[in-house]
Design a protein around this ligand. Structure first.
Ligand SMILES: [Mg+2]
Length: 400
């Protein structure tokens, strides 16, 4: 890459090749001096209703990795007790008590070694491990003037198509929100189902299908909130709609039910809560899932996400890349960078910073013509505002 990057992390294009000393500098050691766990409470613009839970704040772990030379990298993982089993207090404890001591003194350039150290240091804890790996890649990218996507093999596309999640009490409210977001530029909509009755979910889906312009895409996510019977009823009721896929209609362990549903509808089924590993993707695929939703916090890191995406490619399964509701610009930038680098992401990208009242990064990632651009710059391509970060840092997280 014919570019240098300033210490701020922004890249500038050169008209002549980088001087030789830059090559030498790029190879310098990146000895980890500190891995800090920062628990934050990010207020949502409005509470989000999903099957089983209403969310008003996002309680997330932000990770800051610093080297002895002063290089910094940022990572983030949402606490998601119902999805990963992790509470914020447990995530902080995992970083401070186990993962940071395993990494301090190691060289951040040797990522596979560090991933292995983390895997051996603690079982599960996929959120904390993912946040740290994200920060290590951000750090390595900044230190070497290349983007996060470049470290994953390079961006295949300059922008991604983010989706807007809809989940209101009534179908009329769902429609009004979708139309407003269409006017803002969103073209990909995911309707949260499984909270209303199946008939109301059918009504909301058909209203959206009828009213949204033809260039918009529609999918639905039940978050395990349906029974076999209600799922069959819902899928039958929306059979004539443009529905691209229905996500996790049944509890994650009901693979037999998944196979029955998949065999009874032409609408593809996506697995989300059922996917925590490569083996889960294979199992859900064997039982009829035609795509998966991938999240860093479930797979436990960026490298494992890449393995998962490559497996989906091989199996002919579609991929949705998703942040948990809600993540700051750190998590969203990682999702955009990752989505730009994988071959298949046709089931959309859920970027969840759009549900926050305020972000902790300087330049909020904005939607333009239905797409969000891959942030330019080294690493994740963003600047964390440490004063804003301090304002949302929790003083007491023991009960979260
Ligand atoms: Mg989902």
């Amino acid at each position: 890459m014919s570019s240098l990057c300033r210490r701020s992390g922004h890249m500038e294009t050169l008209t002549k090749p980088a001087p030789p000393q830059e090559t030498v500098r790029a190879g310098r050691p990146l000895v980890i001096a500190a891995v800090r766990a920062i628990p934050v409470a990010l207020p949502l613009s409005k509470p989000v209703r999903m099957s089983g839970v209403t969310i008003g704040h996002a309680y997330n772990l932000v990770v800051r990795v610093e080297t002895k030379g002063g290089d910094v990298g940022w990572g983030e993982a949402a606490s998601a007790p119902t999805m990963t089993g992790e509470t914020l207090s447990g995530m902080v404890a995992a970083v401070e008590g186990v993962l940071a001591p395993a990494l301090v003194g190691e060289d951040a350039r040797f990522l596979p070694t560090l991933i292995s150290r983390m895997q051996h240091a603690i079982y599960a804890n996929t959120g904390p491990r993912a946040a740290i790996e994200m920060a290590l890649l951000d750090l390595a990218g900044r230190a070497n003037c290349v983007s996060f996507a470049d470290l994953l093999g390079g961006a295949r596309r300059k922008s991604v198509s983010p989706m807007w999640l809809i989940g209101n009490a009534t179908a009329a409210d769902d429609l009004a929100e979708a139309q407003a977001k269409y006017r803002e530029g969103f073209r990909f909509f995911k309707l949260k189902i499984g909270v209303k009755t199946p008939d109301d979910d059918i009504q909301a889906t058909l209203m959206l299908d009828k009213a949204l312009p033809s260039d918009s895409i529609l999918c639905a996510d039940a978050n395990m909130g349906l029974t076999r019977e209600s799922a069959r009823r819902y899928l039958g009721g929306i059979a004539g709609s443009r529905m691209l896929y229905v996500e996790q209609p049944l509890p994650h362990a009901d693979l037999e039910g998944l196979a029955m549903l998949a065999g009874a509808t032409r609408i593809p089924i996506c697995s989300d809560e059922g996917i925590h590993s490569i083996a889960d993707i294979e199992a859900n695929g064997r039982h009829g899932a035609r795509g998966v939703s991938l999240k860093f916090i479930k797979l436990g890191g960026v490298t494992e996400m890449m393995r998962a995406a490559q497996l989906c490619d091989r199996l002919g399964m579609a991929v949705n890349v998703a942040g948990k509701i809600a993540e700051s610009g750190i998590g969203s930038a990682a999702n955009i960078q990752f989505s730009s680098a994988i071959r298949e992401a046709s089931w959309g990208v859920s970027l969840t910073h759009v549900y926050l009242d305020a972000d902790i990064v300087r330049d909020r990632l904005e939607i333009v013509d239905g797409r969000m651009a891959v942030p330019a710059g080294a690493g994740l391509g963003l600047e964390v505002m440490e004063d804003r970060l301090r304002a949302v840092t929790m003083k007491n997280w023991s009960t979260v």
